[in-house]
Every structure is written in C-alpha cells, then in structure tokens.
Design a protein around this ligand. Sequence first.
Ligand code: MRU
Length: 350
Amino acid sequence: MNEAFVTLRWEARSLILLDQTQLPEREVYLVCKDYRAVAEAIRRLVVRGAPAIGIAGAFGVVLGAYELIQKKADLFAGLATVFTELAGTRPTAVNLFWALGRMEKVATAHRTESPEAVAAALEAEALRLYQEDIETNRRLGVHGAALLTDGMTVLTICNAGALATVAYGTALAVIRAAVQAGKCIKTVACETRPLLQGARLTTWELMKDGIPVTLITDSMAGYLMQQGWIQAVLTGADRIAANGDVVNKIGTYMLAVLAHAHGIPFYVAAPMSTFDLTLPDGQRIPIEERAAEEVTGWRGQQIAPEGVAVYNPAFDLTPARFVQAWITEQGVFWNQGGKIDLRVERSPAD
Ligand code: MRU
C-alpha cells in the first residue's frame, strides 16, 4: 500500500478524500458525511480516476443508506434516488457503474432484512471493493512490469496512479512494480490539459516515490518520440469495449497514433472492471463534455478572450488496433489481429 498519502479512506462513517483539486500546492482532505457531498466531490474531481470514482461511489451508497435509516425513510425507495444521483456524476468511467452495480446486488440480496442489516451489508461490500482494488492493482502491476525493460523511458498521460485508485494505480502500478523489481525506469508525464492531472498529480506522486519523471506539455510528445526518448507509452483507461477499443483521457488517441508512427509500443493498464463487455466497440462509449471555463482559464484566471467558442471533451477513443497489449490483473492480453481476445490470456513470459 502507498505510504506517502491516502487517496480515500472510510473512517467513522465518513468518506475522507484527498482533495485533488488542490494538489500539489495543498495536501488537504475533504470529509464527506453524506452521499450528496460524495456526488459533488466526484463531479468536481476532488476524487477522480476510474477505479477511485467507483470506490467513492460505493461509499456514497453506504452514506445514503445510513442517512435514510436516521431519517426513518423508506430505505429502498430512498436508495433508488441515491443510486441515480451517484450514477449521474460522471458518464465515461464504467468502474462507477460497475461498483454501483455491485452495491445494488448486495442491497437486493438483503432486501428482506432490517434496514440496519442492509446498511451493514452495503458497508461491508464497499470495504470489500476497497480491498479488492488494492490487490487488483498490485497484481496488474506485477504482470505489466515484465513488459518494461531496464533503462526504458515510459511516456504517460493524465494520472493513472495511486491518486486514481485506492493504492498503486494502474499504469503507475506497472512502473512501480518494475522499479521494485530493480529496473531503472524513467517516466515522462504529459501535462494533460485542461485540468493538468499529469503536471499536478502524476509528477507529485512519482516524485514522492523517487521515480524519475520529466514533465512536458502535451504537444511535445511527438518530438520526444522522434528524438528517440520514449521506448513505451503506458496509459490507464476509463472504459474498454469488448473489442479492446479504449476510452481514456483526452490526448490518449494522439499518443497512440504517434506511438504507432514511431514503432513504439502502446500499452493500456486497467482492471477487468474497466471492461464494458456490453459494447462491441468503443463508438458508443459516452464521452463526458465539461465546462468551457476549464479551457478558457485556469483557477479563475482567464486565458482566452471572453465569449470564445469552446469544445471540451474530457476523453477520447483509441481504436484497439493501436494497442499492443492490455495489462490486467488476470494477465497481459496481446493484440490479436487488431483487437483483444479475452479468451486468449497470455502471461508476459509466454
Ligand atoms: O478526468 P479524470 O482525471 O478522472 O480522468 C482519469 C483518466 O483518464 C485516467 O487515465 C483513467 O481514469 C484511469 S485511472 C487508473
């Protein structure tokens, strides 16, 4: 488990979140005592990253259940509203809907029991999801580490680190595991406009771990690849379709195409909970569109002319053909003829 900071934790019936909107300047924690506060924290990116959003949502359900019991309200009617509100926070990362689905199943399974028993079962399930996330990321990291060789420089985007999960991260878990195995790995972090998760968060957590990181603006990636700096691109994912199409932070597609043009492997690290097998390909994955102010300014400072037209999609779609391998807790899936084949699981050593 990461020692340097805790992304989210459950304590005394509160969800405590490291407020990522304030990093790296301030390391402050937000205490969420009801599900509305959790929903708002997810919306504002106080907590972000696909797995972390899922776990936060699960604890949001627990908070909702305890509040309904306290108010002596109808638990199941009230929980329906709680689920709807939490599910409406962010549309792209499927981990949120996956975690809420797990919570809903537990509620249904305990339907005939007392409201207190239902809430206790929900709390136990959220804690299980929390623990599972740690173990999943640790395993995923070990599988992926075999793909990184000593001396490599790895380019990443956004933050797919411990800040995006309960611990270790996904893409950064792979790097951490490789470093732990004694390999010298350097990283390059794309700043990740507009919200700068790379500049503010990835650099922060890698520096805390003493893993070498160089920060670049997003538009510098091609030049670095051309100059031979980069030996692998490694990203996380918010949703992966059944054929392996990947939706991840805006800019990921650009890196995949660039990597392809330069003969550099492009790897995606994600838990199986990021796969949405109901979608044959990525075309119908909803892409969140966020406020224009994220593009026209930074923390209240206007950088573009007032009234300029803005388009702000938060994610993009990388077709499966650009992905060399998908790294999961179940092993590494190599690209099979332009797509993933989840029936063929190969460990890196095969
Ligand atoms: O908008 P964000 O910061 O929630 O976007 C996060 C990403 O795109 C991550 O790469 C993805 O969620 C994987 S996190 C392990």
